[in-house]
Design a protein around this ligand. Structure first.
Ligand code: DOR
Ligand code: ZN
Length: 347
């Protein structure tokens, strides 16, 4: 088969995105709006988006930051806490909120207000199960006795399996799955479960963090894993299983806050997200599977229509900018200064 020079796919969605707020929102939103029709917007602002009212106000700020003419649609989420009232779920559903995000307290950026014990939230989760509102899971234990690289696998045994036994009809998205164990669990489980996969976990293994000195721009949570895990994720994402869908977890931080002691976790991938995924799918010989992974599986899981329209990628080498202005700071995208072989066509 001849090497394709263009690839036209259904206009895709990003099922896991950090847009931030204020000046940062204004910088990063245009890139996502250019690439995607919709995005599931994470609620880990400071303070977190814990109520329908806060989510609707945040939605208005996002809509106001859209470039002229953009019809990009933010899909809003609430931040689950130990105290999210069960009756918030009906309000959320009625207002078009799409999901609640479960951060184990302390697991990652702005997760201090997260859940300390899932059982405290069961009445709220029961309401979500009734309403069909998905729970988006950051699947890592925070137990300091558990090795950082094992935290996802241990989470499955300690928390995910008991949760799904207690609430078998609750829709769950295993966000940014990073391990062989996570991918195998999602593929093999009964009932309504899906998983998002990031571009960095498809393209890189943990060596990237430690090659040529410490590389803070490859530091995200869950952290990059060993090569065997990366290969398992590529196999899952390109398998054609509708349980796996695109979620960048694009998480912008000012460069100086990543390049210092205690550097922040998160890779800014939104700038060239589709190009990065296309590279991963092409390396696996599965470019023909990108359309469904990026544009169909997530919509089906959430019960939303597939976007109208298409986007086109062309085979054209280009250099990703090393850094972008980010308010008074700078933002360094993943692959910044490096080249990509696919390029999203304008318009
Ligand atoms: O690397 C990450 N960054 N992982 C997360 O879970 C949160 C995110 C952020 O908000 O910066
Ligand atoms: Zn995230």
């Amino acid at each position: 088969m001849a090497t394709p020079t263009t690839l036209t796919i259904t206009r895709p969605d990003d099922w896991h995105l950090h847009l931030r707020d204020g000046a940062a929102l204004a910088v990063v939103l245009p890139a996502s709006a250019r690439q995607f029709g919709r995005a599931v917007v994470m609620p880990n602002l400071r303070p977190p988006v814990t109520s329908t009212a806060l989510a609707l106000a945040y939605r208005e700020r996002i809509l106001a930051a859209r470039p002229a003419g953009s019809d990009f649609e933010p899909l809003m989420t609430l931040y689950l806490t130990d105290n999210t009232p069960p009756d918030e779920i009906g309000r959320a559903r009625a207002a078009g909120i799409q999901a609640l995000k479960f951060y184990p307290a302390g697991a990652t950026t702005n997760s201090d207000a997260g859940v300390t014990d899932l059982r405290k939230t069961y009445r709220t989760l029961e309401a979500m199960q009734r309403e069909g509102l998905p729970l988006l899971v950051h699947g890592e234990v925070t137990d300091p006795a558990v090795d950082v690289f094992d935290r996802e696998a241990v989470f499955i045994d300690r928390h995910l399996i008991p949760l799904r036994r207690d609430l078998p009809e609750l829709k769950i998205v295993f966000e940014h799955v990073t391990t062989r164990e996570g991918a195998a669990y999602v593929l093999g489980a009964d009932g309504p479960i899906g998983a998002t996969v990031t571009p960095q976990h498809l393209l890189y293994n943990r060596n990237a963090i430690f090659t040529g000195g410490l590389q803070p721009h490859f530091y995200c949570l869950p952290v990059l894993k060993a090569e065997a895990h990366r290969q398992a994720l590529v196999a899952a994402a390109t398998s054609g299983s509708p349980r796996f869908f695109l979620g960048t977890d694009s998480a912008p931080h000012a460069a100086h806050l990543k390049e210092h002691a205690g550097g922040h976790a998160g890779c800014y991938t939104a700038l060239a997200a589709l190009e990065l995924y296309a590279e991963a799918f092409e390396a696996a010989g599965a470019l023909d599977r990108l359309d469904a992974f990026a544009g169909r599986h997530g919509a089906a899981f959430y019960g939303l229509p597939v976007n109208a329209g298409t986007v086109t990628l062309v085979r054209e080498a280009w250099t990703v900018p090393e850094a972008l202005p980010f308010g008074a700071a700078r933002l360094k995208p993943l692959r910044g200064g490096g080249t990509l072989t696919w390029r999203l066509k304008e318009g």
